[in-house]
Design a protein around this ligand. Structure first.
Ligand code: AMP
Length: 393
């Protein structure tokens, strides 16, 4: 069912409460990357041009329900004002008297930004009264925060139920690019999963086995799968308690006719923090003095081949400890192979998106999602609560 977008609702003369994701990186109060604010400009401009008064709300970091000024959204309000070329008013909280007055007197074409939602514990608790107070300052609710769309918070879920609502352009784009492809992929569909923990990704592996033709596994999570196949993993990060689950998934892949590819060699080092010895293993085993930090050269070849033959590729999670240049080759090679592939290529948010941007392949991808957790849920074919709650067209 298609969801209402801001093009399907009347916002003229209305106060629009817009949930955005301005969770930007800050260093000493200075924004080091303003992409999240820039990406939101089309939605904000559309609302302003159509005669709305826009009240913006967001979270920033994890202040855990307390007022911690290092997580103030003030710098983002200033940046937004600069980018829009108009004054962006700033309220020092979300639901106080003064803030209500500021919202009340806001005119069409004006913008008011609220302070960090997560200064209230009620936000993540989806507290009823908090939702009602937020709803009271506006006539219409718009959600454009894809990064938190898998969360049932007050600002992403509860408040949506209390006002006429729609999604903004960013969420609309994510849904079009991910949901449409996942529901009806050109095959072969190749999934690539990496990252640190199998325990985090068990349900994802299982759901993906129902969708993909080939699943490539890299990152530390591969070691638990290899341990399940009785390979030696040395000092690598193996989740012993998950070996049974990994075995079950390997069997499940087999039953479903999904090709589950695991690394056939690795880049290993003697010490994670002080890597004085680095080598490529000769096979999938890692000897007891070493730990795995990236996929090896033969694995890169194998994975590149699978990506080359794909018609659709979806990727989440780095192939190694890509933050260290010495261990970034596998992740970079996967990104490059996707960039070169004649396939629809979708990169989940978080680390894989950061890697693709860092290595300069962003323009070559069909879609790079802005939300890590949310895009994974869509890869799995799940419905996001914050999207589900929005009215259908
Ligand atoms: P995740 O949040 O589960 O996607 O994991 C991302 C993290 O996994 C990144 O910070 C990587 O450095 C880390 N990672 C990837 N491969 C390995 C590995 N072989 N050993 C330890 N950490 C890894």
């Amino acid at each position: 069912m298609e969801k209402k977008t801001i093009e399907n609702i009347d916002v003229y003369g209305k106060k629009v409460l817009l949930r955005v994701d301005f969770n930007v990186p800050l260093k000493n109060g200075v924004i080091t990357d303003d992409n999240r604010i820039r990406e939101e400009l089309p939605t904000i401009k559309f609302l302003l041009n159509n005669g709305a008064a826009v009240i913006i709300m967001s979270h920033l970091g994890r202040p855990d329900g307390e007022v911690k000024m290092e997580y103030s959204l003030k710098p983002t309000a200033e940046k937004l004002g600069e980018l829009l070329g108009i004054e962006v008013k700033f309220a020092k909280d979300c639901i106080g008297n003064e803030t209500r007055k500021m919202a009340n007197s806001l005119k069409n074409g004006e913008v008011l930004m609220l302070e960090n939602l997560r200064f209230y514990a009620e936000e993540e608790e989806n507290d009823k009264q908090f939702c009602e107070k937020l709803a009271r300052i506006a006539d219409v609710y718009v959600n454009d925060a894809f990064g938190t769309a898998h969360r049932k918070h007050a600002s992403t879920y509860g408040v949506a139920k209390l006002l006429p609502n729609a999604v903004g352009f960013l969420i609309e784009k994510e849904l079009k690019n991910i949901v449409d492809v996942i529901n009806n992929p050109k095959r072969p569909l190749v999934g690539i999963l990496g990252g640190a923990k199998v325990s985090d990704k068990i349900t994802i592996v299982e759901s993906l086995l129902n969708k993909v033709d080939v699943l490539l596994v890299g990152g530390a999570m591969a070691y638990t799968f290899l341990a399940a196949n009785n390979y030696h993993m040395g000092k690598s990060r193996v989740e012993t308690e998950m070996i049974g689950e990994a075995k079950r998934l390997i069997e499940l892949a087999d039953k479903k006719g999904v090709q589950l590819l695991l690394p056939v060699d690795h880049i290993v080092t003697n010490d994670f923090n002080n890597p004085t010895k680095i080598k490529n293993t000769v096979n999938a085993n890692i000897n007891s003095d070493y730990l795995g930090v990236d996929i090896g050269k033969q694995t890169v070849k194998l994975y590149k081949k699978a990506i080359k033959h794909a018609k659709t590729v979806i990727w989440n999670g780095p192939m190694g400890v890509f933050e260290n240049d010495k261990f970034a080759n596998g992740t970079k090679a996967v990104a490059k192979a996707m960039a070169k592939a004649k396939a629809t290529t979708i990169v989940g948010g978080g680390d894989s998106a950061a890697a693709v941007i860092k290595f300069g392949f962003a323009k070559k991808m069909t879609h790079i999602s802005t939300g890590g957790g949310a895009s994974l849920k869509l890869f799995e074919g799940k419905v996001l609560p914050a999207v589900d709650v929005i009215e259908n067209k």
